[in-house]
Design a binder for this molecule. Structure first.
Ligand code: C2O
Ligand code: CU
Ligand code: CU
Length: 509
C-alpha cells in the first residue's frame, strides 16, 4: 500500500513537445533515449526510480502534421537490471532481462517500424530479438488527425516496461481539424492517466513474481491483473490544474496496465466527446460519464464558463461496491479562475468530420475469436485467444485491401479491451450470449438481439471494450501495408501472459 498522500498538492505537468535532432530532405529525425532516472511523483514522496523516454515520465509529446513522415531512433540506454520484479517463468527464462521495443499505438505503420514484440533489442543493440528489422523507425503519418501514443511492447515485458514509465503521447494534426476552431494552444491539454502504487521510499510497487522457472511454482503465482492505489495524471499523483472560465479541449489517454475508468465531473456538467482513438467523430456526443479501457483515447471539450471561482474534481466512478478506503475515485482537481485572459472564440462544431461506413464493403472473411480462460503447465491461470499460445502458428492472415469482420466472443468473466495493430476499425454491434450454457457444453446461444455501439463508439477505434458474455463485432479494412503485426488484449498483464496473437497481413502480389 502506498503511503498516505495528500491530494491536489502538485500542479499538473504538461509533457514537453520534442524537437527534432535534425532535418534532412525536409524530414524530421528524432533520437529518443530510454534511460533510468528519478522523478518526483508527489510533493511528499521521495523521488521515484523510473524508466522514461528523454528523462520524462510520461515521455515527451511528439507532434506531427499529416503527410509529413518522420524518423525516430528509439535508443535503449537502460541498465541491465530491471527496476521491477521480473517473472522468468513464462517467456523470459532465457531472454535478456532488459529488452525494449517501441510501438506507436493506433499508428498506420509499415511493419518493420511497428514495434513487433519479438523485434526487441537491448542496450546499443547488443542483443536483438528474432524479428528485429532496423534501428531507425519510419512513421508515414498519412492517417487523419488524432492522438496516438507510443509505448514499450517487448515480448513478455510490456506490463513491466510500461509500469516503469515507457509511454508517451503522439499527436497528428491536419488541416481539417485546424479549420474547426476547437480550443487550442494552452486551452488544449493532454491528460495521460495511470495508476501506480508506491513504497515508503518512493519506489514503484509491483507484485513480486516467480524468478526461477525450474522450481515448482505455487498456484496461482502470476500477476493476472494489477491496479495501483493512487492515480497519476501526466506523471503526478492526484494533481490540480488552474483553468479559465471558458472551453478547454482535453486529449485523454488511459495508459494504465489493467485499470479502466469511468470519468465524470463533480459538477455533473456535460462532457462533449468530439473524438475517439482514430480521430474526430462525425458529431459531438454529450456525455455524463466517459468509460475508458486501457489504451483508449477520448478527445473532449469541457466548458467551465459557468463555474467561475469554483473547484471541480475530475472523478472516477468506482461503482457501488467500492470500499470506502479506496481513494482512486479522484483523478484530478480543476480550479476555475474568475476571469478570462482573452475572449473565448473556440466553438463546439455541430459537425466534426465525415466517417465513411465500411459496412458496404465486400466482406472477405468473418473470424470468430474466442477470449478464453486457460492454464499453463504449472496450472496457473492464463488468458488466451482461441485457445492458442503466442508461439503457435499464425491464424489471422488478412489480405491487403480486404475487409473483414472480427467477432470477439468473450467467454471469460470480465471485459477485455481488444486491440488490433495497423488499422482503425469500426464497431458494428455487441450481442449477448448465455455464458453458463457456454461453460457447460461450449455452445453459443444468443440471449438477445445485437446492440448498436454507443454513440461515442461510432467513430474510428483501435481498441474496443469486449464485455463478458457478449460477442463484440468490429469491421476493418487491412492495409495499406503487409507484414507482421499483432492483435491482443490491452490489459498488459493479460497481453504478457499470452492474450496476444500474431497478425500477418498478406500482400496478394
Ligand atoms: Cu498499445 Cu499492441 O499496443
Ligand atoms: Cu497498438
Ligand atoms: Cu484481457
Amino acid at each position: 500500500m502506498s503511503p498516505k498522500l495528500e491530494k491536489f498538492v502538485d500542479y499538473l505537468p504538461i509533457m514537453e513537445a520534442i524537437r527534432p535532432s535534425k532535418t534532412k530532405d525536409k524530414r524530421h529525425y528524432y533520437e529518443i533515449k530510454m534511460e533510468e532516472f528519478s522523478q518526483k511523483m508527489h510533493r511528499d514522496l521521495p523521488p521515484t526510480r523510473v524508466w522514461g523516454y528523454n528523462r520524462q515520465v510520461p515521455g515527451p509529446t511528439i507532434e506531427v502534421n499529416q503527410g509529413e513522415p518522420i524518423e525516430i531512433k528509439w535508443d535503449n540506454q537502460l541498465p541491465s537490471r530491471h527496476i521491477l520484479p521480473v517473472d522468468r517463468s513464462i517467456h523470459d527464462s532465457d531472454l535478456p532481462e532488459v529488452r525494449t521495443v517501441t510501438h506507436l499505438h493506433g499508428g498506420e505503420t509499415p511493419w518493420p517500424s511497428d514495434g513487433y514484440p519479438e523485434a526487441w533489442f537491448t542496450k546499443d543493440y547488443k542483443e536483438v530479438g528474432p524479428f528485429f528489422q532496423k534501428e531507425i523507425y519510419e512513421y508515414p503519418n498519412k492517417q487523419r488527425a488524432t492522438m496516438l501514443w507510443y509505448h514499450d511492447h517487448a515480448m513478455g515485458m510490456t506490463r513491466l516496461n510500461n509500469y516503469a514509465g515507457l509511454a508517451g503521447a503522439y499527436i497528428i494534426r491536419d488541416k481539417h481539424e485546424k479549420s474547426l476552431h476547437l480550443p487550442s494552444g494552452s486551452y488544449e491539454i493532454p491528460l495521460i492517466i495511470q495508476d501506480r502504487s508506491f513504497n515508503e521510499d518512493g519506489s514503484l510497487n509491483y507484485p513480486t513474481q516467480p524468478n526461477d522457472a525450474s522450481e515448482e511454482l505455487p498456484n496461482p503465482s502470476i500477476v493476472p491483473a494489477f491496479t495501483g492505489d493512487t492515480i497519476l495524471v501526466n506523471g503526478k499523483v492526484w494533481p490540480y490544474v488552474e483553468v479559465e472560465p471558458r472551453k478547454y479541449r482535453f486529449r485523454i489517454l488511459n495508459a494504465s496496465n489493467t485499470r479502466s475508468y469511468s470519468l465524470y465531473l463533480s459538477s455533473n456538467q456535460p462532457i462533449y466527446q468530439i473524438g475517439s482513438d482514430g480521430g474526430l467523430l462525425q458529431k459531438p456526443v454529450e456525455m455524463q460519464v466517459i468509460s475508458m479501457q486501457p489504451s483508449e483515447r477520448v478527445d473532449v471539450i469541457i466548458d467551465f464558463e459557468r463555474y467561475k471561482g469554483q473547484e471541480l474534481i475530475l472523478k472516477n466512478d468506482l461503482g457501488e461496491n467500492a470500499s470506502p478506503e479506496d481513494e482512486t475515485d479522484d483523478v484530478m482537481q480543476i480550479k476555475v479562475s474568475d476571469s478570462l485572459s482573452a475572449p473565448d472564440k473556440s466553438i463546439i462544431p455541430k459537425r466534426l468530420s465525415h466517417i465513411p461506413s465500411l459496412k458496404g464493403n465486400e466482406i472477405v472473411a468473418m473470424r470468430n475469436l474466442k477470449l478464453v480462460g486457460s492454464s499453463d503447465k504449472y496450472g496457473r491461470p492464463l488468458l488466451l485467444l482461441n485457445n492458442k499460445r503466442w508461439h503457435e502458428a499464425v491464424t489471422e492472415k488478412p489480405k491487403v485491401g480486404t475487409t473483414e469482420i472480427w467477432s470477439f466472443i468473450n467467454t471469460t468473466g470480465f471485459t477485455h479491451p481488444m486491440h488490433i495493430h495497423l488499422i482503425q476499425f469500426q464497431v458494428l454491434e455487441r450481442q449477448p450470449f448465455d455464458l453458463e450454457k457456454y461453460n457447460h457444453d461450449g455452445s453459443i446461444i444468443y440471449t438477445g438481439p445485437p446492440q448498436s455501439p454507443e454513440p461515442n463508439e461510432r467513430g474510428w477505434k483501435d481498441t474496443i471494450a469486449s464485455p463478458s458474455g457478449f460477442i463484440t463485432r468490429v469491421i476493418g479494412k487491412y492495409g495499406p501495408y503487409s507484414g507482421n503485426y499483432v492483435w491482443h488484449c490491452h490489459i498488459l498483464e493479460h497481453e504478457d501472459y499470452d492474450m496476444m496473437r500474431p497478425l500477418k497481413v498478406i500482400d496478394p502480389e
